[in-house]
Design a protein around this ligand. Sequence first.
Ligand code: AHM
Ligand code: MG
Length: 339
Amino acid sequence: MNRIITLDEFILRREKDFPFATGELTSLLRDIGVAAKIVNREVNKAGLINILGVADSENTSGDTVQKLDLYANEKLISCLQNSGECAGIASEEDETFVPLQAVGKKPSKYVVVFDPLDGSSNIDVNVSVGTIFGIYRRVTDSNDSCQLEDFLQPGTELVAAGYVLYGTSTLLVYTTGRGVNGFTLDPSIGEFCLSHRDIKIPDSGRYYSVNQGYYLKFDVEMRRYIDHCSDMNLRLRYIGSMVSDVHRMLFQGGIFLYPNTRKYPNGKLRLLYECNPLAFVVEQAGGKAITCQLQRILDIHPSELHQRVTIAIGSPLMVDEMKEFVQRYNPVIVGNGMM
Ligand code: AHM
Ligand code: MG
């Protein structure tokens, strides 16, 4: 039998690879692992207790908030607060960032961004949801409380990012910029155990993932590309939970798209909480992530916390092919030099 490597052990081993590591990042990743276990417990018993259903509020992006979103948000914040290794958080569920400081500790040099429960409209029907997170090194003085600039950094500055998928099993996948590794939660021992080492996305795949119900609202180049996917007999898969759809692409190859529509002229998904962390993971696994206007996701300099972007993410050859359709059918984008 192979020896089990737990998430904690793996993170500690990796820390030793960085000669000047202070252990702060290690602790942060462990805190996120602990929060993930707590959220997992609640997601699993969501059908049993009265936390299902829609809370009486909307998030700052105008979407309806489910009760479990709020629970996951609170748990992540309290886990990160308790250890004192995080100077502040910005969450999809909060209007603005929240500075954190543990009693008796000086502020940390890291901040964390997250979508506590992505795909939450799926909870009531028992379909997979996930947590997405990203960690940045602060750009402001770490003796003071964190500032907005600490969060408004391009994805190229991410120190670590990942997601937790609460699916048929619970998986935590993360990268610190040296490959991508996946850990499956073994409920019998309550530990995330290394199950997917050095994940590589297939160069191409048989799946495409897009809300095809919006087909007529997409720009012509997207419609032509989607027609092409259909002509090629690719299989359409769309869970409505980005983290789950991207997870499929990561393992089986394919492309996930969320283009601009009339309702969401800049795309629906959030740059900080969803697109950047997943783009970092996918790029680290050998994939690509660009906007439907052909800008690399990780290069975008955010101007606000809840900024939305369009996205095409997945297998490198498929993202390149989508790019060719944009170049062919939208000369304006090509003329603007967005490539
Ligand atoms: P959420 O963070 O409020 O759950 O919204 C994001 C989700 C993504 O997970 C998913 O890909 C998308 O919204 C689905 O949107 P749509 O229903 O417009 O296809
Ligand atoms: Mg989300």
